[in-house]
Ligand binder design. Sequence first.
Ligand SMILES: Cc1ncc(COP(=O)(O)O)c(C=O)c1O
Length: 403
Amino acid sequence: MQNKKQNYGGAYVPEMLLPTLHAIEKELERALKDPAFIKEFQGLLKDFAGRPTPLTFAKNITEQFGGAKCYLKNEGLNHTGAHKITHCIGQALIAKRLGKTTLIAETGAGQHGLATATVAAKLGFKCKIFMGSEDMSRQRPNVFWMERLGAEVIPVTYGSRTLKDAVNEALKYWMQNLSDTHYVIGSVLGPSPYPRMNRVFQSVVGREVREQMKDFEGKLPDVVIACVGGGSNAMGIFSEFLNEKSVSLVAVEAGGVGNALGEHASKARSGELGIAQGYKSLFLQDNGQIAPTHSISAGLDYPGLGPELAALKEEGRVEFQSASDSETLSAVDLLARTEGIIPALESAHALAYAVKLLPTLAKEKIVVVNISGRGDKDLFLIARAMKDQSFRDFLLEEHQRYE
Ligand SMILES: Cc1ncc(COP(=O)(O)O)c(C=O)c1O
């Protein structure tokens, strides 16, 4: 895909990283033409990750909201609970072909770190995960499981102590250990070739939706909606439909608690062109510095937009919307109670916008919402946000049992 006009993307990295990035790019091109690689990748997606994930007709939501039919692509049923495992498997196989023995990753919600630690365990890599200490406390269950999977989780204690700081620290470690280490970047961002590589691996999601939609309805969906942190689940489901002009593509960012800098993570609405963390794109900035962000979901709490998505915004091919923290929490409850699916907080942003759109569309229209992950990891956050007193009492009792 051409990143038009602003030349979004690129590889703005210290020169010493360029040979490694070129080697990854060359190996990726070779691998994508190698039937043995494709077979191994597809085999692991099917037999280990659990692909294809189901597309489910959301009958109750459709009836409740009137208007268009709503389908849910349930990526939460992937092994480790989200879409992230798909690009982790792809990158680990590339790392193996390059002779690397250690995988490192940054993580926000912990889903990408969990997926990387899982794949490292399965494919025999050593593993180090960099995580902001703020995210570590928000996502303790994922930290616990990453450690059980044999990964070392390294807290990053400077800056906002969230994802952007973890990215910086992972890049620093990588530059010091290039010979044996592959950096598994967790979204469609970072220096080239990462945005394309992760999009290519994630594009299986959109291909599955096309096939599944054929079986359900015999036609393409009219609207596809996905949440956006960096953009990997969105690009994964969108890329199959980019050339289908009848399909509207809607990306939903974190609207947080307000419109001021530091209260949200809506790059498309308030971001400015900039270069950070190895790529050129839209970033939330404050006088040229990366601005603090806020989202109830750690996975959307990131100041940069994947460069291919930024180009698609500029072309007008992808429409951007946002959902607030409180709309998102209501969407978690709604999906749980009406469809029996507990979504990740990230994914609930997409649903929060979808339920506003559904009643405005005609009955024959079809909307697909990407439910990028399941909500287990958010148990503590959601319980606290919903002020669930009995869960609080349980935690206090659990604390006593621990002593
Ligand atoms: C379940 C889930 N959905 C979405 C995201 C956001 O990432 P991306 O925009 O790359 O899909 C995350 C990030 O951790 C996640 O865990």
